[in-house]
Design a protein around this ligand. Structure first.
Ligand code: 15L
Length: 300
């Protein structure tokens, strides 16, 4: 059985992925936040912005699913330390430890400034919609460098939004069900011919803005389509936004901080967030400030 490291394992995507991959791989988990490992999992608390931590967690694994980082638009300091320094450290630590394969969780926000009227594939010029999007482009670029220069096998998953069900109109176009996520991750781990690939992490959504031919070429057969939720989602849709509704990236294109759209219920073990750095997610005060901002924006 392969040993797979999942960074940022305590986050939303990591939590869904752990459940879906349980029993298929020996899972090594890391996060800045505490996490109670289940049977078959091992957990190491780590701050990937420290190279020594990155070296420690990447030792002896067959592949890395790198989810760890600041997961939405927010202040530069958090993004710089988790998504730029942290991402570099994970790739470099993997190289030094001889780990060949990395699955990088990039994001639809690397290309969020494409209009919703356009269908884009994995070859389009990047169009990040904020600092967070830029950090994801940086991760894709590091992956490209490490593939070409050091022969690493890099699978970039431009994730839409992972959730058991789509939560609003925009997410009907970018939704990724947990089981389709697991299928894509399995392809990224198992496919024999990965050098440097970009695929969109979305289900088979009728309203998709992506031509995901590259994922299909690698064997992806998504099982879910957001359309079955469409009537219910659209009935609850709030007021739109003149800029956000034009672009695929939605609110990321016009606000400075975005709340986590679907936080998991707080785990009992989770401590009060400390003042400093929650690098694998969004700082609570930032989330609250962003929520206030978006409420104000809605009122306008
Ligand atoms: C992302 O990249 C975020 O990590 C996730 O929390 C969502 O905000 C998602 O994009 C989205 O666009 O809905």
């Amino acid at each position: 059985m392969k040993t797979i490291l999942i960074t940022g394992a305590a986050g939303d995507v990591g939590t869904h992925l752990r459940r879906e991959l349980a029993g298929k791989y020996a899972l090594r988990l890391s996060d800045l936040r505490p996490l109670a490992p289940a049977k078959g999992e091992k957990f190491a608390r780590a701050d990937i912005s420290n190279m020594s931590d990155a070296l420690r967690i990447t030792r002896g694994v067959d592949a890395i699913v790198h989810l760890g980082g600041y997961s939405v638009e927010g202040p530069w300091e958090g993004i710089l330390s988790a998504n730029i320094i942290g991402c570099y450290n994970v790739f470099e630590a993997a190289r030094r430890n001889g780990v060949k394969r990395i699955l990088f969780a990039t994001s639809n926000h690397a290309v969020g400034f494409y209009p919703r009227s356009e269908t884009i594939d994995h070859r389009v010029t990047i169009k990040p919609d904020g600092r967070y999007g830029v950090s994801k482009v940086f991760g894709e670029a590091i992956g490209s460098l490490y593939a070409d220069k050091y022969g690493m096998q890099v699978f970039n998953l431009r994730i839409g939004n992972v959730n058991p069900a789509p939560i609003d109109k925009r997410r009907l176009s970018i939704w990724l069900s947990p089981r389709d996520l697991a299928q894509l991750v399995t392809i990224g781990i198992e496919h024999p011919h990965i050098r440097f690939e970009i695929v969109y992490g979305v289900s088979n959504n009728r309203r998709s803005w992506y031509d995901n031919a590259n994922a299909y070429r690698l064997g992806y057969k998504p099982q879910d389509d957001s359309e079955i939720f469409a009537a219910e989602v659209l009935a609850k849709e709030g007021p739109g936004h003149a800029i956000g509704d034009l672009y695929q990236g939605g609110a990321f294109t016009h606000v400075e901080a975005v709340p986590n759209p679907a936080p998991l219920p707080k785990a009992k073990a989770a401590k009060k967030p400390r003042k400093k750095a929650v690098k694998t997610g969004v700082k609570e005060p930032v989330k609250r400030a962003a929520e206030r901002t978006s409420k104000k924006a809605k009122k306008k």
